[in-house]
Design a protein around this ligand. Structure first.
Ligand code: FAD
Length: 354
C-alpha cells in the first residue's frame, strides 16, 4: 500500500552528492520547484567514505563545481578527502540548495502524468526526476572461482580506511586503476603485498596529473570520440605516494590468479600463495535499483539514454554514473558540465505542452 503523497514538485533530484548538487545549482536558476533527496546523513556524497589518505588526482582548479571554484589549499598538494567534503558542505549552504536528508528513495513509479517517488519518509510526486545516486553503494568484486571458500579478510576499496589495518599480513591488492595503485602504494609499506592487475597498469607521466584526463575528456566531448589520445579516468596519476612506491622498487603488478582456496589463491602456473587479506579495488556499478519500478533497467545494469534522458521513460534523467550518461559525469568537473547541459533540456521539455 503506497504511503500518502506528501508533496509534489516540478523536479526531484535523487542523490545529494556532487552530481545532484551541480544539477541543483542550475535548477535553482530556472525558478522550477525542486528538491534534492539524499540518503546520506550529511553532505559530501561518497567522499564521506573515502579512505584517510585519499586525495584528488587533480588540483582544486580542475575539481570545481558550477559557480564557485574549489578554494585553493593552504598547504601544497592536491585536495584531500576532507577538503572535498568541506567544499561540498559549504557549496550546499552557499546556494541554499533544498536538500532533504537523510531520505532514502526505494522506488520510482509512473503515476499518471507524474512520477511517484517512494521513500522512507513518505511518497513524493514530480513532473521530472533526475537520478544522481552515484556508484559507491554498489562496489563490484569479480566472481573468482572459490571466492566463497576463502577464510581470510576481504575488503573492497569502498570500505578501506588506512594501511595499519593490514600491518604484518600477506595481502593481495586487486585492481589496476587509481584506487588500486594508491592503496597498494601505502599497504606495501606495512605488509607483504602483491598487486594483481588484469593488464599492465597504465601510468601517466610524472608531470601529468588529472588535468590531462579532464582535457582529454573535454576534447572527446567537443570533437567526438577518437579526437583525443587514448586515456581515461582509469589511467594512473603519479601522485606522491605512487612515485615513492616506484622509488622503493615495488611498483609492479602480476596477472590474476586462477582461483581461490580457503587459505589463498592458485596462480595460472599452478603455484599457490597463502594470503591473509584481499583488498578489492575493482570498481563500482551504478546504484539504480530504485529505478526498477519504471522498467528502465537494461541487462547491463544501466539505463538506455539519449544524452542524459531515459529513452524508455523520458521524464527520467540521469547523471554522475560515468561517461555513458555524460562525458566525465562521474568526476567533479564533469558533473558540473553535464548539469549545465542537462537542466536547460529538462526545462525545455517541461515547457512543451504535455
Ligand atoms: P556520490 O558522491 O556517490 O553521491 C551520491 C549520493 O546519492 C550519496 O549522497 C548517496 O547517499 C545518495 N544516494 C544513493 N542512493 C540513494 C537513494 N536510493 N536515495 C537517496 N539518496 C541516495 N573524481 C574527481 O573528479 N577527481 C578525483 O580525484 C576523484 N577521485 C576518486 C577517488 C575514488 C576512490 C573514487 C571512488 C572516486 C573518485 N572520483 C574522483 C570520482 C567521483 O568524483 C566520486 O565518485 C564522486 O563521489 C561521484 O559523485 P556523485 O554525486 O556522482 O555520487
Amino acid at each position: 500500500m503506497a504511503n500518502p503523497v506528501t508533496v509534489s514538485h516540478d523536479v526531484i533530484v535523487i542523490g545529494g552528492g556532487q552530481a545532484g548538487l551541480a544539477t541543483g545549482y542550475y535548477l535553482r536558476r530556472t525558478g522550477l520547484d525542486f528538491v534534492i533527496l539524499d540518503a546520506g546523513t550529511a553532505a559530501g556524497g561518497a567522499w564521506r567514505h573515502g579512505w584517510d589518505s585519499l586525495r584528488l588526482f587533480s588540483p582544486a582548479g580542475y575539481s570545481s563545481m558550477p559557480g564557485w571554484p574549489m578554494p585553493a589549499r593552504a598547504e601544497p598538494g592536491y585536495p584531500t578527502r576532507d577538503d572535498v567534503i568541506d567544499y561540498l558542505t559549504r557549496y550546499e549552504a552557499r546556494y541554499a540548495l533544498p536538500v532533504r536528508r537523510p531520505v532514502a528513495v526505494s522506488n520510482v513509479l509512473q503515476d499518471g502524468t507524474e512520477l511517484r517517488v517512494e521513500t522512507d519518509h513518505g511518497d513524493f510526486r514530480a513532473r521530472r526526476v533526475v537520478s544522481a545516486t552515484g556508484t559507491w553503494s554498489r562496489p563490484f568484486i569479480p566472481d573468482y572461482p572459490g571466492r566463497a571458500l576463502f577464510q581470510g579478510r576481504q575488503v573492497h576499496s569502498a570500505h578501506y580506511v588506512r594501511p595499519d589495518m593490514f600491518g604484518g599480513l600477506t595481502v593481495l591488492v586487486v585492481g589496476g586503476g587509481n584506487s588500486g595503485a594508491q592503496i597498494f602504494a601505502e599497504v606495501s609499506k606495512v605488509a607483504s603485498t602483491t598487486w594483481v592487475t588484469v593488464a599492465k597498469p597504465l601510468f601517466l607521466p610524472d608531470d601529468v596529473d588529472g588535468r590531462v584526463l579532464f582535457e582529454r575528456a573535454t576534447a572527446r566531448l567537443r570533437d567526438g570520440p577518437g579526437s583525443a589520445p587514448v586515456g581515461g579516468i582509469g589511467d594512473i596519476v603519479m601522485v606522491p605516494a605512487i612515485i615513492e612506491a616506484r622509488e622503493r622498487g615495488v611498483l609492479k603488478s602480476v596477472r590474476p590468479f586462477e582461483r581461490m582456496t580457503e587459505q589463498g589463491v592458485v596462480w595460472r602456473d599452478g603455484g599457490e600463495t597463502a594470503v591473509d587479506a584481499i583488498i578489492w579495488c575493482t570498481g563500482f556499478r551504478p546504484a539504480l535499483a530504485h529505478l526498477a519500478g519504471l522498467g528502465v533497467l537494461e541487462a547491463d545494469g544501466r539505463v538506455a539514454v539519449a544524452g542524459q534522458q531515459s529513452m524508455k521513460e523520458p521524464r527520467l534523467w540521469l547523471t554522475g554514473y560515468g561517461d555513458w550518461c555524460g562525458t566525465g559525469s562521474a568526476t567533479l568537473i564533469g558533473s558540473a558540465r553535464v548539469a549545465r547541459d542537462l537542466v536547460p533540456r529538462l526545462q525545455a521539455q517541461l515547457s512543451r505542452p504535455a
